[in-house]
Design a protein around this ligand. Structure first.
Ligand code: FAD
Length: 381
C-alpha cells in the first residue's frame, strides 16, 4: 500500500492572483468566447492581454523573466481562464508545453535564447511530437533527422500540433537512430527554410486554437538546437508531458466549474410549472452532483500539482490520475449542464454547448485517458 503523501496549502498570494485572473477572464475574455469559437479565430487580442498582465510569465522561473510561482499557480490560472474559455486557456498551456523541454533539458544558451521572449509573451512555441501514424505510440515516428557536418537535416510531417502557424518555434522530435528506435528533440524556428504550415483541422472544440500539420522538408538546424542528449528525445517528451498533462486537467476543472456555475444561475431563474427549476429535485441533485465531482477533481489536481512542485516520488502517477479524473469529470458535468438548460443548452446563444464540445479534447490530448490508465495500472504493480 502506498504511503499517504503530504497535503498542500495554497498561498494567499496565489489566491489573490487567481482572483485577479478570474476577473480579467470574466470581463475581457468571456465577451469574445462565442465569436472566436464561431469563427475559429486565434485571439491575438487575448494573447496580448495575457502577456501584458504577466500571465504568460507563469510557466517560467524568475531568472528567465518569469514569475517563478510554480506548477500549482500556473494551473490555477489555467483553470480560471478555462472557466470562461478553454481555447484561451490553451494559449497559456502551450506556453508551458512548448518550452518545458528547453527548461528541463536545454543548454544554457537555448534557455537564454528562447525563454525570456516567451515569458514576456512576445514569442509563442509549439510542441511537435504526434504524427499521422504515431499518436499514442511515438515509437512509430517517421520524421527523421540526419547529421550533416555541424548541422541536422530534419524531414517529416507532424500531426495535430497546437499553435500551428502561430508559433515562432517548434519543438520537433525526430528519429536519429532508426535501428535502435531512438529519437532526439530539436528546436526549429518557424522562419527556417524548408519549414511550412500544412493542413489545418476543422475541429469539434477548442476551435480558436489552430491545430494541424507542420511540414519539415529538409530543414537545417545547427547542433546548438538539439535539446538535451542526442538519442534521448523520448525522455524529453515523457518528462514534459508528465508535467504538462496537469494543464489539461486544470483546463478540464475550469470547464466543469464554468458549466456548473452557469447551470446553477440558470436553474435559479428559469421557471416551469410555476416555480424555478432548481426547486425540482431532478435538477437540484444534478447540480449538487456536478459541484461534488468538480470539487473532488480540483482536490486531486491541486495535490498532483503540489507533488510536482515538491518533486515528490509518485508524482507521475498522480499527474495521470488527475488528468483522467478531471477530464472525465469535465465531460460528464458539461453533458449534465446542457441537460439543465434543456433546449437552451443545445444552441449557440448560450455557452454550454461550446463547453461540452471543448471538454472532449481533455480526454484525448496530452496522452489519451486509455494511455493514462495504462500508466497508472503499471504503477500499481
Ligand atoms: C486538438 C488537438 C490538439 C493536439 N495538440 C497536440 C500538440 O500540440 N502536440 C502534439 O504532439 N500532439 C497534439 N495532439 C495529439 C494528441 O496528443 C493525440 O491525438 C493523442 O496522443 C492520441 O493519438 P491519436 O490521435 O493518433 O490516437 P491513437 O493513438 O490512434 O488512438 C486511438 C484510440 O486507441 C486508443 N489506444 C491507443 N493505444 C492504446 C493502448 N495501448 N491501450 C488502450 N487504448 C489504446 C487511444 O486511447 C484512442 O482511444 C493534439 C490532438 C488534438 C486533437
Amino acid at each position: 500500500m502506498e504511503a499517504i503523501s503530504d497535503v498542500y496549502t495554497v498561498p494567499h498570494e496565489h489566491l489573490d492572483l487567481c482572483a485577479t485572473i478570474g476577473q480579467i477572464a470574466r470581463e475581457k475574455i468571456a465577451p469574445r468566447s462565442a465569436e472566436i469559437d464561431e469563427r475559429a479565430e486565434y485571439p491575438w487580442d487575448v494573447r496580448k492581454l495575457l502577456a501584458e498582465q504577466d500571465i504568460l510569465g507563469l510557466p517560467f522561473p524568475i531568472e528567465y523573466g518569469g514569475t517563478g510561482t510554480g506548477t500549482l499557480m500556473l494551473n490555477m490560472a489555467v483553470e480560471e481562464i478555462a472557466k470562461v474559455d478553454a481555447s484561451c486557456a490553451l494559449i497559456l498551456m502551450v506556453q508551458e508545453l512548448g518550452t518545458l523541454p528547453i527548461q528541463l533539458f536545454g543548454s544554457e544558451e537555448l534557455k537564454e535564447r528562447f525563454l525570456p521572449r516567451c515569458a514576456t509573451g512576445e514569442w509563442s512555441p509549439a510542441f511537435a511530437l504526434s504524427e499521422p501514424e504515431a499518436g499514442s505510440d511515438p515509437g512509430g515516428m517517421q520524421t527523421s533527422a540526419v547529421k550533416d557536418g555541424d548541422e541536422w537535416v530534419i524531414t517529416g510531417t507532424k500531426n495535430w500540433i497546437s499553435n500551428l502557424g502561430i508559433a515562432d518555434f517548434y519543438i520537433c522530435f525526430a528519429v536519429t537512430d532508426r535501428e535502435n528506435r531512438r529519437m532526439t528533440a530539436f528546436v526549429v524556428e518557424a522562419d527556417r527554410q524548408g519549414f511550412s504550415v500544412g493542413k489545418l483541422e476543422h475541429k469539434l472544440g477548442i476551435r480558436a486554437s489552430p491545430t494541424g500539420q507542420p511540414v519539415f522538408d529538409g530543414v537545417r538546424v545547427p547542433d546548438a538546437n538539439v535539446i538535451g542528449e542526442v538519442g534521448k528525445g523520448l525522455s524529453v517528451a515523457l518528462a514534459t508531458l508528465e508535467r504538462t498533462r496537469l494543464g489539461a486537467a486544470a483546463q478540464a476543472v475550469g470547464i466543469a466549474q464554468g458549466a456548473t456555475d452557469y447551470a446553477v444561475a440558470y436553474a435559479r431563474e428559469r421557471r416551469q410549472f410555476g416555480k424555478p427549476i432548481n426547486e425540482f429535485q431532478g435538477i437540484s441533485f444534478k447540480l449538487a452532483d456536478m459541484e461534488i465531482r468538480t470539487a473532488a477533481a480540483r482536490e486531486l489536481l491541486y495535490k498532483a500539482c503540489a507533488m510536482a512542485d515538491r518533486g515528490e516520488p509518485g508524482r507521475g502517477k498522480y499527474s495521470s490520475m488527475a488528468k483522467v479524473f478531471c477530464s472525465d469529470t469535465a465531460m460528464a458535468v458539461t453533458v449534465e449542464a446542457v441537460q439543465v438548460l434543456g433546449g437552451y443548452g443545445y444552441v449557440k446563444e448560450y455557452p454550454l454547448e461550446r463547453m461540452m464540445r471543448d471538454a472532449k479534447i481533455t480526454q484525448i490530448y496530452e496522452g489519451t485517458n486509455e494511455i493514462q490508465r495504462l500508466v497508472i495500472s503499471r504503477a500499481l504493480k
